[in-house]
Design a protein around this ligand. Structure first.
Ligand SMILES: [Zn+2]
Ligand SMILES: [Zn+2]
Length: 391
């Protein structure tokens, strides 16, 4: 049972939806055109139910199998939002809006789930219910959490949930996955170092906040290098530094640092945050300054449940064949807010090959339409395998 023939036949149509989304990217929760198109297509396919406005602008659709006697309900999720990037692909379906671009392939994910919906609504070769989840605001904004808070899992009785993300460099038609942590918890921080500004020529009359901030940047790097165990994955990046004047001859009253921290393990995360607090306070004090530390938790670790990972692998093998399904990949330190759905229901997230494309979030990136049949077939096969008619 490789790529489904019916889905292969639909590929040009699904690719056309994808290119339409690509030309009209929308950001965060503000997705009026995208959601209108998704809801209209779902209604055209004859799905059993379409609910709009879940978690502000998410869409939930229901497709019942030929039988629902099993009582099983499987959720499938796609993300719909784009990024604040100006596209540089030069494609004839490139973004029509400067400063907005589908640079993470969510146009492809949405089109793939629509393609699977069309096939499943047509064939209904399963015993149970498929719930399709189209979420807003994956790229910051907490769209997954908003849908969960709006009762996604309980209102539609979702028992397990699956999603996919395209992956540049992985061959088209191939899949990659692992059980356990797949993507990192992704947090953000801001530090404001405060002191007494003054003349750049008379530092002895001031407390040098710029020097204190620089010392904090250096001191924070000992945490991952010397305090996190070698196999306890963590990233701590101070990515921005700014003073309140940026003048050549002024020692500023305050200097600001921004950055991100990534983890695969909650204990490592707690230890790093505690050490950051201690090191920031002590280092600021050593330079005669004080510091405000604002640490913001972003998304959780994307944690694939063991059993659901096996189900995801079985469907991927059925579609792509054994050789094109990697099950032993390293976790990535990027974050993904599907993690918020996996916090409340077991499930799995899989990577789908995007071939030799520019990287995710790059202005020359484009989703590969040749990956559509494998992606749609994976969802469709998963529905049929998890809820077989003749069980
Ligand atoms: Zn992204
Ligand atoms: Zn993405």
């Amino acid at each position: 049972m490789p790529v489904k023939n019916r889905i292969a036949d639909l590929q040009p149509e699904i690719a056309a939806w994808r290119r339409d989304f690509h030309a009209h990217p929308e950001l965060r929760f503000d997705l009026p055109r995208t959601t209108a198109r998704v809801a209209a297509l779902l209604r055209d396919f004859g799905v059993d139910e379409v609910t709009e406005g879940v978690g502000q602008s998410g869409i939930v659709a229901v497709i019942k199998g030929r039988s629902t006697a099993s009582g099983r309900v499987v959720g499938f999720r796609a993300d719909m939002d784009a990024l604040p990037i100006t596209e540089a692909t030069g494609l004839d379906y490139a973004s029509e809006t400067a400063g907005r671009m589908h640079a993470c392939g969510h146009d492809g994910h949405t089109a793939i789930l629509l393609g699977a919906a069309r096939y499943l609504a047509e064939t209904r070769n399963f015993d149970g219910t498929v719930v399709l989840v189209f979420q807003p605001a994956e790229e910051g904004g907490g769209g997954a959490r908003a849908m969960v808070k709006d009762g996604l899992m309980k209102r539609w009785n979702i028992q397990e949930i699956y999603g996919l993300h395209n992956m540049p460099t992985l061959p088209v038609g191939a899949f990659a996955i692992k059980p356990g942590p797949l993507l990192a918890a992704s947090d953000f921080f801001e530090i404001t170092v405060r002191g007494k500004g003054g003349h750049g020529a008379m530092p002895h009359m001031a407390t040098d906040t710029t020097l204190g901030a620089a010392a904090i940047v250096m001191a924070l790097q000992q945490i991952v290098a010397r305090q996190v165990p070698a196999l306890g994955a963590a990233v701590l990046s101070v990515t921005g530094i700014q003073t309140d004047t940026m003048a050549h001859n002024v020692i500023p009253d305050s200097a600001r640092l921004t950055g991100t921290a990534r983890f695969l393990d909650k204990e490592v995360q707690a230890m790093v945050v505690r050490r950051m607090e201690e090191i920031i306070a002590a280092t600021a004090s050593a330079y005669g300054c004080s510091a405000d530390f604002n640490y913001m938790h972003g998304v959780n670790v994307t944690e694939n449940a063991e059993a659901n990972t096996e189900h995801a692998i079985a469907a991927a093998r059925a579609v792509a064949g054994e050789a094109l399904v990697r099950t032993d990949i390293e976790p990535l330190m990027g974050g993904e807010d599907f993690s918020e759905m996996l916090q409340v229901r077991p499930g799995a997230f899989i990577f789908l090959g995007n071939g030799d494309s520019a990287g995710l979030h790059h202005p020359e990136y484009d989703f590969n339409d040749e990956a559509i049949p494998a992606g749609c077939s994976w969802f469709a096969t998963l529905a049929e395998q998890r809820m077989p008619l003749d069980a």
